[in-house]
Design a protein around this ligand. Structure first.
Ligand SMILES: O=C(CO)COP(=O)(O)O
Length: 129
């Protein structure tokens, strides 16, 4: 599966910890990320990650484009709900496209914990249809 990994600055340590914990599952998938998030994850885990631009510089939109092209199966996006983001329209657009194309989206650690187990259990096989 093609999985997007994104985290706002105050959530980056959370996504690093999450990917360390689930490296054994994630290494079997194609991983893509916004720039800074991807660098932190690959430095911490050694996972191979395709990195787009940083979020504020267009990375969210690049991931949105992949969704529109049916080239993304899951979006794990650790959002910071307590800090205003200069690129909020890009973030909204990315989440909107997940809804347009029925792409599973989780926006916090709790959702990600459930989704990664579902992924490992084969619950994403419908995406191959
Ligand atoms: O801002 C982001 C998502 O909206 C994340 O971008 P970075 O991973 O480049 O920090």
């Amino acid at each position: 599966m093609k999985i997007a990994l994104i985290a706002h600055d105050k959530k980056k340590q959370d996504i690093v910890n999450f990917t360390i914990a689930y490296t054994e599952i994630l290494k079997h998938h194609t991983l893509l990320a916004t720039g800074t998030t991807g660098k932190k994850i690959s430095d911490a885990t050694g996972l191979e990650i395709h990195r787009f631009q940083s979020g504020p510089l267009g990375g969210d939109q690049q991931i949105g484009a992949r969704i529109a092209d049916n080239e993304m199966d899951l979006v794990i996006f650790f959002r910071d709900p307590l800090t205003a983001q200069p690129h909020e329209p890009d973030i909204s657009a990315l989440m909107r496209l997940c809804d347009v194309y029925q792409i599973p989206l989780v926006t916090n650690l709790g959702g990600a914990e459930v989704m990664i187990r579902a992924l490992d259990a084969g619950f994403f096989d419908w995406r191959k249809l």
